[in-house]
Design a protein around this ligand. Structure first.
Ligand code: S3P
Length: 455
């Protein structure tokens, strides 16, 4: 897979960010559209898909499983398999993408053949027991490295029976994997998961004509139920903008007096936008305008709109309650940038899952914030960040896209240049990030050559 972005970024301090931008299509929703397109009967079209390497990994796995894929004029067309996939003649390369690997495990669990899922060094260090256990209970045979803990993951599909499963971790990937397996299983599959985890899979199943029952919601547990075997019906899907991509610029605006940034065409799904309430609680001005969608828009029941964040003269520290973590799990790096500008100590707990993302994000945030002069206490399942002045310096994003983007926007209010090594991961989700930062007024230079020239 091509890595479009350079490995090193240099960001120099400048004026507060200002203006409007449109983030790329939502990465989570893109994976689901591609996978249901693969399974569906008929031709699915996906507009405004996320252009990053993670989505490309899912699409090339879909092709290796027999889908015919064409891309023209910004539309990806997928001729689906009507439920019966083709045994792949090679290892399925999931790249850096946990969502690709875990959701595909569910898709493959009911297919009568063998498939091997593997990824890069980061992905092959992330846990898979969480999907192995429920999928085995449904009847599939799965094995993985290191005592069934880590990829590569071998899936031998079988005739499945529906299960009732209560996921021990707050993970949309696990819940989605089980629901996708449930489509190919006989009987009722029901999964209970922490309220607040993203609900794109249920919404996308409905878009593909499949009934799904949702119970619960606030406080406790959400339970999703499907009945199989069923085959999705091809759909036309338009992917809304990715809130998680937009979050870096919104958090940077909150952190800088005088900054004002608008994200256009962005998903307003409440299971993703927990960061907005947090920024508001810290004193930022947040304006949200929903755009009424018609079924013809193809946004698959996803609310879409515009978000403007204005930086106040002073941001106040905040504590993130553990029950808000799920709805901002991918926005913690962006939040850390806001917290580093706030008066007082901001705290996060109940976020141990961050240690097993594309990097150990708790450690990566703590080490790199300290390198730029921000006082941080690393907790087993969170962080305590004391706001203050940001110095220039060098950080290492460890190839984690969200760590790289967080430090790139933090650098806009540093007292000197910030060099971000290991920023190539940005291409997994937001290949146009550096250009978007520059268009909002950031002084960003790409590439190792720039570092050498500037010293
Ligand atoms: C995702 C779910 C989250 C999130 C990841 C994408 C998804 O992971 O962190 O970036 O698309 O379902 P978990 O569900 O494992 O928390």
């Amino acid at each position: 897979m091509a890595t479009a972005d350079p490995v090193t970024l240099v960001v120099r301090p400048g004026r507060p960010l200002g203006g409007a931008f449109t983030p790329p299509g939502d990465k989570s929703i893109t994976h689901r559209a591609f996978l249901l397109g693969l399974l569906a009967e008929g031709e699915t079209s996906v507009e405004a898909a996320n252009p990053g390497a993670d989505g490309a990994a899912t699409l090339s796995c879909a092709a290796a499983l027999g889908a015919r894929v064409q891309s023209r004029d910004g539309v990806i067309r997928i001729a689906g398999r009507g439920g019966a996939l083709v045994e792949p003649d090679r290892v399925l390369d999931c790249g850096n993408s946990g969502t690709t690997l875990r959701l595909l495990a569910g898709v493959l669990a009911s297919q009568p053949f063998l498939a091997v899922l593997s990824g890069d060094a980061s992905l092959n260090a992330r846990p898979v027991a969480r999907v192995i256990e429920p999928l085995r209970r449904m009847g599939a045979s799965l094995h993985a490295r290191d005592g069934d803990r880590l990829p590569p993951l071998v899936v031998r599909g079988a005739a499945l029976t529906g299960v009732e499963f209560d996921a021990p971790t707050a993970s949309a990937q696990v819940a989605s994997s089980i629901l996708l397996a449930g489509l190919g299983a006989r009987g009722v599959t029901s999964v209970g998961t922490t309220a607040g985890v993203r609900d794109h899979t249920p919404r996308m199943l409905e878009r593909f004509g499949l009934p799904i029952r949702a119970q619960g919601g606030d406080g406790g547990v959400t339970r999703w139920t499907v009945e199989g075997p069923v085959v999705p019906r091809a759909a036309r899907v338009r992917i809304p903008g990715d809130f998680s991509a937009a979050a870096f610029f919104l958090a940077a605006a909150a952190a800088t007096p005088g900054a004002r940034v608008t994200a256009r065409g962005v998903s307003l799904n409440p299971t993703r936008t927990g960061l907005l309430a947090t920024l508001e609680a810290m004193g930022a001005m947040v304006e949200t305008r929903a755009i009424a969608a018609s079924p013809a828009d193809g946004t698959g029941g996803e609310p879409v709109g515009e978000i403007t964040v204005t930086g106040p003269d002073r941001l106040e520290a905040t504590t993130i309650a553990p029950d808000r973590v799920a709805a901002m799990i991918d926005e913690i790096p962006a939040w850390a940038i806001a917290a580093s500008a706030a008066r007082g100590v901001s705290r996060l707990t109940g976020a141990g899952e961050l240690r097993i993302k594309e990097s150990d994000r708790i450690a990566a945030l703590a080490v790199n914030l300290e390198r730029l002069g921000i006082a941080v206490e690393e907790l087993p399942d969170g962080l305590a960040i004391t706001g203050g002045r940001v110095a220039g310096g060098t950080v290492d994003a460890a190839l984690d896209h969200r760590i790289a983007m967080a430090f790139a926007v933090l650098a806009t209010r540093a007292s000197g240049p910030v060099v971000i090594h290991g920023a190539g991961g940005i291409a997994t989700s937001y290949p146009g990030f550096a250009d978007a930062l520059a268009a909002l007024g950031g002084d960003v230079t790409s590439g190792d050559a720039a570092v050498a020239a500037r010293g």
